[in-house]
Design a binder for this molecule. Structure first.
Ligand code: 8YV
Length: 321
């Protein structure tokens, strides 16, 4: 007698051709967005669901987790997990996996696109050409040089490390701020974030999201970075006090910003949209065909490993406090 396949609830479509076949081989898959009545579909299957597929940008609160009493694993597409109540899941013995490492290079590449774009005013220059202003009465303002400047990294984790490693190509000094000093890097550790911001020309935010880093970059840090400084955020919008950022840019207390993440995505304040010295991107740091394929493949690997062994491959670190 063949055992019935465990039920898996998939909250979102996956940009992958082979993921459905791989999942169907191991699970009875419910694709919630295809259900005529998602709530009815949830109620019909909630007792049977053993595995949940979600993402770094899909809200996965305790209430949803508790609605599936036999849930044993949550497999997420993405490295961030602030959208998932991991502490609650882990307290119930539910394994949570994410997709670390496979996106480091793409996210770091985009951080450098924002560094160069914000420093050289690429957005403003592009709009200037498209508007037919080139050759007209008003010359484009000068940008600022990147090579040889000072790069501060806020959060020297997997992505922050990839950003820092790329600085050698631009002959930049690198320093970093972390919760703890790392023993495996040569760059100087700066215990005070404000002190790092005072030193840096560019400050790249590469921390985890969530309560532990909310508004870590506040008005004081922004003012320390100063009117010549440039803030880059490829982490989470919640890490930066967005109101303080807008005010500093409007007051000229901060030189420029390059942002791929925002506090209330996909909402971006009009005050930011109206500023010339800001580059605004719609959270695309890992959004390349290759990297998203790798992320989905790793997530499916986790779900399959759980089906075969009872353990995911890349578990989110334990969150106790
Ligand atoms: C994507 C991200 O937006 O991985 C993360 O934490 O924020 C980005 O890679 C996300 O993974 C989309 O699912």
């Amino acid at each position: 007698m063949t055992h019935p396949k465990p039920t898996l609830l998939q909250l979102l479509p996956l940009p992958s051709e082979d993921a459905p076949d791989r999942l169907n081989r191991y699970f009875d898959v419910i694709r919630l967005w295809e259900a005529a009545d998602p709530n009815a579909a949830m109620q019909a299957h909630q007792e049977a669901i053993r595995v949940l597929i979600t993402s770094a940008l899909t809200s996965t609160p305790a209430e949803l987790i508790d609605s599936m009493p036999n849930l044993r694993a949550i497999c997420s597409v993405g490295v961030g997990y602030d959208s998932i109540d991991v502490r609650h899941a882990q307290s119930k013995g539910i394994q949570v996996s994410n997709t670390p490492d496979v996106l480091n290079d793409c996210v770091a590449d985009l951080a450098w696109a924002l560094i160069l774009g914000a420093a050289r005013d690429i957005g403003r220059a592009e709009r200037y050409v498209r508007a037919g202003k080139w050759g007209g009465a008003n010359p484009l303002p000068m940008g600022t040089k990147v090579t040889g400047k000072r790069l501060g990294i806020v959060g020297l984790g997997r992505v922050g490390l990839a950003v820092a490693e790329r600085a050698a190509g631009f002959k930049m000094d690198v320093r970093y701020h972390n919760r703890h000093e790392r023993s495996d890097v040569a760059w100087p550790y700066v215990q005070s974030l404000r002190e790092l911001a005072e030193w840096a020309d560019f400050l790249v935010v590469a921390t985890v999201g969530g309560d532990s880093t909310r508004h870590l970059v506040d008005r004081g840090v922004i003012d320390a970075l100063g009117p010549e400084g440039i803030l880059i955020n490829i982490a989470r919008g919640s890490v930066v006090d967005e109101d303080a950022l807008v005010q500093a840019l409007q007051d000229g207390r901060l030189g420029a910003a390059g942002l791929d993440v925002f506090d209330r995505e996909p909402h971006v304040p009009d005050a930011l949209k109206n500023l010339e010295n800001v580059i605004l991107l719609p959270h695309i740091a890992s959004a390349t065909r290759e990297t998203r394929r790798d992320m989905v493949d790793l997530m499916v690997d986790n779900a399959v490993a759980f089906a075969e062994t009872g353990r995911v491959i890349t578990p989110v670190p334990p969150i106790s406090e």
